[in-house]
Design a protein around this ligand. Structure first.
Ligand SMILES: [Fe+2]
Ligand SMILES: [Fe+2]
Length: 196
C-alpha cells in the first residue's frame, strides 16, 4: 500500500472496529483492494473511504454502538444510530485526511461516500459502489462468518450459511456483478470449510 494510505490507516487505527468487530476495517479494505484490481475506479478515493468508513462508531456510547445488534430496537432507532455513525465518521475522517494533507477535491468525494455508506439507497459513483460492495463482502469472508457464528452460538453453521445466502440473493444490492460473484465464491469456500 502507498505510504499515504499507510499513514491514514495508522491515524484511524484507534477508532476502528469499535463494535466488538475486530478485523472489520481490515477485511473491507482487503476486498476493496481486490475489487480495484479487476474494476476501473479511483483508488485514491476508494482506499481512504474503505479505511475510514466505520470510524464514526467510535464516537457513539458503547451502549448505542452495540444496540444495532439487538433485535428489539425500533427501525427508527436503528436508522438514527446508523446516520449518527456516518455523520461522526465524516467529521473524524475530515480531520485525518487534512492531517495527511490529502487532496481537497478527493476529500470531498471520500466524505460523501462515508456520509451515506450505510443508509443511502442509491450509489453515487463507482467508487461508492466498490466501498459498499466491499463492506457487504466482509459478511461472506472467513472473518465475517467465523465472528458472527461466535456471537450467535445457538445457530448451526449450515443454517447460518443458508441464511446469508438467502440475503445475498434477495436482499443485498451489489453495485458490480463482479462483487456478487465474489460473494458467491466466498460462500462456496465457507461451505467447504464448515462441512470439513
Ligand atoms: Fe457503517
Ligand atoms: Fe462497515
Amino acid at each position: 500500500m502507498e505510504q499515504i494510505f499507510e499513514d491514514i490507516w495508522s491515524l484511524a487505527e484507534e477508532y476502528q472496529d469499535k463494535r466488538n468487530d475486530e478485523g472489520h476495517a481490515k477485511t473491507v479494505l482487503k476486498y476493496a483492494i481486490k475489487l480495484l484490481s479487476i474494476l476501473p475506479a479511483n483508488e485514491k478515493i476508494v482506499i481512504p473511504a474503505a479505511i475510514l468508513h466505520d470510524i464514526g462508531w467510535s464516537q457513539l456510547s458503547k451502549i448505542d454502538r452495540m444496540k444495532i445488534f439487538q433485535d428489539d430496537i425500533s427501525s427508527k432507532e436503528r436508522i438514527e444510530l446508523r446516520i449518527k455513525h456516518e455523520n461522526e465518521g465524516v467529521k473524524l475522517a475530515k480531520i485525518i485526511l487534512e492531517q495527511v494533507n490529502y487532496d481537497a477535491n478527493l476529500i470531498e468525494e471520500i466524505l460523501n461516500i462515508i456520509e451515506g455508506h450505510d443508509t443511502r439507497t442509491n450509489f453515487i459513483s463507482k467508487e461508492d459502489g466498490i466501498v459498499r460492495d466491499a463492506d457487504r463482502l466482509s459478511i461472506f469472508s472467513k472473518w465475517g462468518v467465523d465472528s458472527d457464528l461466535k456471537i450467535r452460538k445457538k445457530i448451526n453453521p449450515q443454517k447460518y450459511l443458508d441464511l446469508i445466502e438467502d440475503k445475498l440473493n434477495k436482499k443485498y444490492k451489489f453495485y458490480f456483478k463482479e462483487s456478487k460473484q465474489m460473494a458467491l465464491k466466498e460462500l462456496e469456500d465457507r461451505r467447504k470449510e464448515y462441512s470439513a
